[in-house]
Design a binder for this molecule. Sequence first.
Ligand code: HEM
Length: 192
Amino acid sequence: MFVCSRPSRARAERLHLANHVFGLIGPDAHAAVMKIGRVVYRSGVGEPLLVAAMLSQIGTGLFLAWHWSAAPQGFHRTFQVASGAYLSLFILGHMNSVFIYARSFLGIPTDWNFAIGAPTGLIHDAWNIRLLPHYALGAFLVLSHLASGLRVVLIAHGVDRLAANRLWGAGVAISTVISAAIIAGMCGVRIS
Ligand code: HEM
């Protein structure tokens, strides 16, 4: 639902998440990578295109979810539809937080401190803690949704279903590790 026909958008999402993995090194590393990314995704051309791509993704994704959920599906397809449905809500809420709440309403920078709810942080604040499952699921589901899309494409191209399912399983395992790494970094874990 979310991806394979749109490789450039998938690339942007992977880059965005790769940026957050740098939080494991520290806020400075995260800021340095974000500064490079911003040259593209916050440019006069890049940002409207990104927002339009996200909104069209939500629209087409919900349409496909409506279509595929009309009849019973197997486990993999159900996971694909459910993850896409969550991402539709996640992306809308996330863009609302970044563009409307933080940048327009509060007028604060949407940087590392914003992401981790500084100064109290994600885990020592009764309100910020809600962001932990929100971000963990967002990162996990966007990556495993990509793996689900890849599985469908591989099967459509004649790859053995069992092999495609195993690759999907590996993709989901990698998504879990990456999501956990991002959240660990956001909660203060450092690797150096
Ligand atoms: C751990 C998970 C995530 C965290 C902590 C996070 C955090 C952030 C932060 C701090 C910004 C502001 C960036 C800036 O000011 O340059 C941002 C922007 C954005 N994020 Fe995320 N994000 C996460 C996951 C995602 C996912 C999964 C998606 C999409 C599938 C996404 C889509 C976006 C978009 C479209 C923007 C707006 C980019 C712009 O400024 O033009 N994010 N995010």
